[in-house]
Design a protein around this ligand. Sequence first.
Ligand SMILES: O=C[C@H](O)COP(=O)(O)O
Length: 256
Amino acid sequence: MRKPIIAGNWKMNGTIASGSILIEAFNNVLQDMDLSCDVVVCPPFTALERAVTLTRNTAIEVGAQTMDYHDAGAFTGEISPLMLTEVGVSYVIIGHSERREYYGEADETVNAKIKSAFRHNLIPIVCVGESLEQREAGHTLEWITSQLKGALQGISKEQVSQLIIAYEPIWAIGTGKTATAAQAETVCKSIRDYIRSVYGHDVSNEVRIQYGGSVKSDNSKQILGQPNIDGALVGGASLVVDDFVEIIKAANMADV
Ligand SMILES: O=C[C@H](O)COP(=O)(O)O
């Protein structure tokens, strides 16, 4: 039985003040709910410390949107895993398609970041996903498998069972064009099959796989009801209290 996990990726949005208001609003609603899923918010770096303070003793955990894989050094502009753990962050998104596209993050970097995250007890949320061209050319599964192979090189079975894989088709991110529940399930199942083939049955049963890409309150129930989808990585809708709460409610009801 895998516990669903809903993570809100705020991307480069908001301020410390607006993020605090959002978290307080989530807290107000979630404290009265009987939560059976994990809830994570991933604000921009500058708002992380406040987010950790505001979520102390609540059901909400805090994640970062990326990090460097070095512990320290001459890496101007970067944030290290040590800096994240000092602030009290528990999760880190790694290899988001926007990082891959705009900042040249390759599978080798993603792999180094996952290893670094585990060295510092951060739980990685590892993103994979195909472009529209790849989907239309029928290369989706092959591409996702190659991304996973590169990302998970040298990662132990135990670590694979602890990380989160987020399947995010690039064409569905921020476009309002969601993958159908069936399309998302097909890819998430094939991810689980791949994990089974390399790491065995137990690991594949334990690893949690999220779907991300225009998840909203009105499509979350169907997506989260799929047998191989254990949660969602939510962008835009995670900035709207009612929408994010509805998605959490859908995960709470999902029979995974
Ligand atoms: O990390 C989140 C994803 O990129 C999805 O973003 P979106 O829900 O705005 O499409």
